[in-house]
Design a protein around this ligand. Structure first.
Ligand code: VTB
Length: 332
């Protein structure tokens, strides 16, 4: 293994938490204020600044959009302490500074700031289109569910592997009209359903957290969010498949430019996030995965998760932030 990769592995996981903490702290100021763009903008800016202190030479591969449509954290942007000077470990970065902008604007549950890091070339360069997703937790036979199988078959096979009835299973998916058919078929098969308003990164990750009660994630959501969720599952365990859902030829040719060779390909976990991967998220508003930011005068408490694929260690980090002592860049 290259020297630089050893360095990545040893030192970076906790540094990533500081990046998601900064974004979550900034976004939390906008909770329930009805302005999702302001909430998102604050998270992006704080995350971008926080990256400047992280000892990497990073390239954003999943970000806020193309260079001409996003001022910061755009795809291709170099971030990190060594981004300009060179040196330092070269890594690829996937970000969603505020996963759940509408949730935050409404003060709803389960918004969070998310970052993942991989060795160079480790992430699928997913275009900003929809992805069909399917995920189940760890400890199940490989291929127990598949995007090639129907809803009923997947539920049947999962129930068999879990030695339970289909009626014991909980399917999580985004509450969207486009999911009417899946919902109908799940209900007809006897499964129970948990619909989430937004935030399918944590929806997917929920399959690997037994305390959430979610057995399987189905349905379509953002492709970039799919890659972030894949990074998390690489660390925490579980199975996931993703298929890009192209709506027109322009999207297909754009994806080809980004390296997608087969538009019909079904991606596995390793195809979306390979090699050594790290994942960090900080809660903005409270959900099943993380507590949201709690603020008082000059003080805030954050709750984060950080994990590494190499060790499989999952850490929950509670940060107590004293604004009187914090560098201005981290207080937004
Ligand atoms: C999901 C969800 C995001 O986009 O990926 C979703 O995780 C998919 O798009 O929080 P639609 O909203 O069009 O269904 C978000 O909701 C962010 O926009």
């Amino acid at each position: 293994m290259a020297e630089s990769q050893v360095h990545v592995d040893r030192n970076l996981a906790l540094e990533l938490v500081r990046v998601t903490e900064a974004a979550a702290l900034a976004a939390s100021r906008w909770m329930g204020r009805g302005d999702k763009n302001a909430a998102d903008g604050a998270a992006v800016e704080a995350m971008r600044k926080a990256f400047d202190t992280v000892a990497i030479s990073g390239t954003v591969v999943i970000g806020e959009g193309e260079m001409d449509e996003a001022p910061m954290l755009y795809i291709g942007e170099k971030v990190g302490l060594y981004a300009k000077a060179g040196g330092g470990p070269e890594v690829d970065i996937a970000v969603d500074p505020l996963e759940g902008t509408t949730i935050t604007a409404k003060g709803g549950p389960n918004a969070m700031a998310v970052v993942a890091l991989a060795q160079k070339g480790g992430f699928l360069h997913a275009p900003d289109i929809y992805m069909e997703k399917l995920a189940v937790g760890p400890g199940l036979p490989p291929g127990v569910v598949s995007l090639e199988a129907g809803v009923e078959e997947n539920l049947r096979e999962l129930a068999k592997a879990k030695k339970c009835d289909i009626s014991d299973l909980v399917v999580c998916l985004l509450d969207r009209d486009r999911h009417k058919e899946i919902i109908k078929r799940c209900r007809a098969a006897g499964a129970r359903i948990m619909m989430i308003p937004d935030g399918d990164v944590s929806g997917v990750v929920a399959v690997s957290q037994p305390e959430t009660g979610v057995d399987i994630y189905m349905g379509s959501g953002g492709a970039p969010e799919g890659v972030l969720a894949a990074a998390a599952l690489r660390c925490i365990g579980g199975q996931m498949q993703g298929k890009l859902l192209f709506e027109n030829d322009e999207q297909i040719s754009r994806a080809r430019e980004m390296g997608v060779t087969d538009p019909n390909r079904i991606y596995g976990l390793e195809d979306m996030a390979s090699g050594e991967v790290m994942f960090a998220a900080t809660g903005v508003t409270t959900g099943p995965m993380l507590q949201g930011v709690r603020r008082s005068a000059g003080f805030a408490i954050t709750h984060s998760i950080v994990m590494r694929s190499k060790s499989g260690t999952v850490r929950y980090v509670e940060g107590h932030h004293n604004f009187a002592l914090k560098p201005a860049a981290f207080i937004a």
